[in-house]
Write a protein that binds this ligand. Sequence first.
Ligand SMILES: NC(=O)c1ccc[n+]([C@@H]2O[C@H](COP(=O)([O-])OP(=O)(O)OC[C@H]3O[C@@H](n4cnc5c(N)ncnc54)[C@H](O)[C@@H]3O)[C@@H](O)[C@H]2O)c1
Length: 262
Amino acid sequence: MKNKMFDLTNKIALVTGGADGIGLAISKKLSEQGAVVHILDINQEKGEASTIEIVADGGNCHFWTCDVSDQKQVLSIVNKIYDQNGSIDILINNAGIAHIGTAEDTKEHDFDQIMKINVKGVYNCVFACIPYMKKQKKGCIVNMASAATVVGLPNRFAYSASKGAITTMTYSIARDFVQDNIRCNCLSPGRVHTPFVDGYLAKYYPGQESEMFEKLSNTQPIGRMGKPLEIANLVLYLCSDEASFMTGSNYPIDGGFVTLNT
Ligand SMILES: NC(=O)c1ccc[n+]([C@@H]2O[C@H](COP(=O)([O-])OP(=O)(O)OC[C@H]3O[C@@H](n4cnc5c(N)ncnc54)[C@H](O)[C@@H]3O)[C@@H](O)[C@H]2O)c1
């Protein structure tokens, strides 16, 4: 008999930052399981190319150019998606940017930018989707936090602050809407090899990229960085009916980074 676990047939799923990296792996995974995936991403070129790739593989995927930090844009897109589909079942708040710096050398503009995208972006998307989830008396939200929320990583002042906010926003959303049958969880990945990592190595360690890549890989006791698909598999589980008893939690997925590094 066919295994029907993790079936998302016809579920309407929004994936922010789904054009690349972890978000792209999530978009592919959810569409493989039958979801109708809507990618919301600021990178139009990459977003359209990724959407074409998913559709060519048999997925039902749509792309929306969207800056998650702009509430007007988010509301307008989410309203259109609801009007066209009649439900919003899954919201994956994955869009995020990196920043390297201590409290001493983080510039005001960079701090504001991190908060605008990583924190306000999540608020904007839940603000837009929750009324529909309440109306339909069901919904699932998965937020992308980071291992940086539980350990003091060097030089990650603003980034860690933004991801700490994600975990507490997750608990708050889960608490406030538990009676509406809306589940909300977050993930705390260790380092995952994506353009995000390549981008900050190029920006902050020019000329030392491969040395730093090796160093970062070895900080995971498992001896490597994670793969986007490994993160997508946990996201799929959390938004499937198999995870129906799971809400208000932060799930580490980090190759032993937090608990095995002594
Ligand atoms: N890669 C890692 O090691 C790692 C570890 C822990 C947590 N995370 C988190 O996982 C998430 C995804 O990371 P990734 O490594 O796949 O990053 P990535 O840079 O490879 O992809 C991020 C995507 O978000 C999009 N994006 C950026 N700003 C946006 C905005 N304002 N509006 C809409 N879309 C926007 C980008 O265009 C891109 O497609 C981020 O929230 C990141 O903080 C990553």
